[in-house]
Design a protein around this ligand. Sequence first.
Ligand SMILES: *[C@@H]1O[C@H](CO)[C@@H](O)[C@H](O)[C@H]1NC(C)=O
Ligand SMILES: *[C@@H]1O[C@H](CO)[C@@H](O)[C@H](O)[C@H]1NC(C)=O
Ligand SMILES: *[C@@H]1O[C@H](CO)[C@@H](O)[C@H](O)[C@H]1NC(C)=O
Ligand SMILES: *[C@@H]1O[C@H](CO)[C@@H](O)[C@H](O)[C@H]1NC(C)=O
Ligand SMILES: *[C@@H]1O[C@H](CO)[C@@H](O)[C@H](O)[C@H]1NC(C)=O
Ligand SMILES: *[C@@H]1O[C@H](CO)[C@@H](O)[C@H](O)[C@H]1NC(C)=O
Length: 324
Amino acid sequence: MMEKLSYILLLILQLFTVFAYSYSPNPRSGHLSAFINNKLYFISGSTTLDRAVISNDFFYIDCSMNFNSSINSIPYTSLSNLNGIPSIDVAGSSIVGPYNDIILTFGGIGLNNSYGYQLIYTFDTKSLTWNSLSTYGILPPIRKGVRPVFSYGRLYAFGGFNNINGTPYNSLDMLDIGFNWSNITLSNAPSGRDGYVSALLSNGNILYLGGYISGQTAGLDIVYLYDTNNNLWQNMSTAGTTPESRGYFTSVLNLKKNRLIIYGGESTQGYNHPASPTLAVLDLSSNPFTWISQNVSGDFIPPPLLLHTANVVHNYMILAYGMY
Ligand SMILES: *[C@@H]1O[C@H](CO)[C@@H](O)[C@H](O)[C@H]1NC(C)=O
Ligand SMILES: *[C@@H]1O[C@H](CO)[C@@H](O)[C@H](O)[C@H]1NC(C)=O
Ligand SMILES: *[C@@H]1O[C@H](CO)[C@@H](O)[C@H](O)[C@H]1NC(C)=O
Ligand SMILES: *[C@@H]1O[C@H](CO)[C@@H](O)[C@H](O)[C@H]1NC(C)=O
Ligand SMILES: *[C@@H]1O[C@H](CO)[C@@H](O)[C@H](O)[C@H]1NC(C)=O
Ligand SMILES: *[C@@H]1O[C@H](CO)[C@@H](O)[C@H](O)[C@H]1NC(C)=O
């Protein structure tokens, strides 16, 4: 386990292994992805298993092609010649802006295991420019393993881990439209964690699940919900058969936003144990939320991945890169 860096994998409905063509990015993990206007962007990440090399690659895949055909080549376009591309590993990202066409990166580990760079970078997909964003107020510390969520002009960044001073965070930091940070301190907040997944639900709640708490994976039998409308934390015990606990996995919402599909992750740090089952589904339309079994079939089943990305593109979940 965990000896390989993966290429792009497509999953769900039809399953293909996909190999690169012309411009061919290196395998990587701890990168970021964002799907905007039919382009699936990939940013940075580490191209070595020891995480010593952090790339400043930036490229996209044109997803206007029909995935309902066996894909022999991926239409990659490199944007690595642009100025100001962040070089970050295990960072977080969100799609932001009034037109949902700006990629925002949050934190992450820089070169030489340092945090000596900006907290936030943005890429405007219209003007094709990278900027580092100056923010004000109660500046949150830079950290890794945060999954920020953008809702109604506000960015919510919960938890994360600073692996230089070994500090986990459980504060929820909120960046408003004037780039002013505030620190939301509330009772019932989940304990500090990194490598969790987050999702903005249609009722305005942000769901948080799993991850590492002080090096131990958190059980998937408790879902935390931050209510962005009423500014409060709640938790819910899930029903059904709970999948194994895990960190550094991914989640996507289905198109109806009533199911959360999680993929991969490791269940114990250091022992490199892939969490089982690799793919699991949480039904969000039931009360309490219920884990339902999901059998995966197809010609090609991807391996259990870690530090990969997952994006919904048309009616597919695209898993990209990662380690296994
Ligand atoms: C793929 O698309 C073709 C035409 O666009 C359609 O006839 C066929 O049923 C599709 N196959 C699958 C498996 O969806
Ligand atoms: C990283 O460390 C190497 C070797 O010590 C050094 O040459 C390089 O300048 C450092 N890079 C940064 C960005 O600190
Ligand atoms: C936010 O509030 C929490 C709880 O009071 C505190 O531990 C943390 O240091 C604060 N964060 C910042 C960046 O001030
Ligand atoms: C920034 O946010 C804090 C906390 O919400 C607020 O007290 C302060 O007035 C804000 N500052 C500006 C310049 O908006
Ligand atoms: C869940 O919320 C209740 C209050 O509603 C609180 O007493 C309990 O400690 C919370 N559980 C966890 C695991 O955070
Ligand atoms: C999954 O596969 C197992 C074994 O083939 C079968 O018993 C089970 O009913 C299937 N579950 C679903 C939800 O299709």
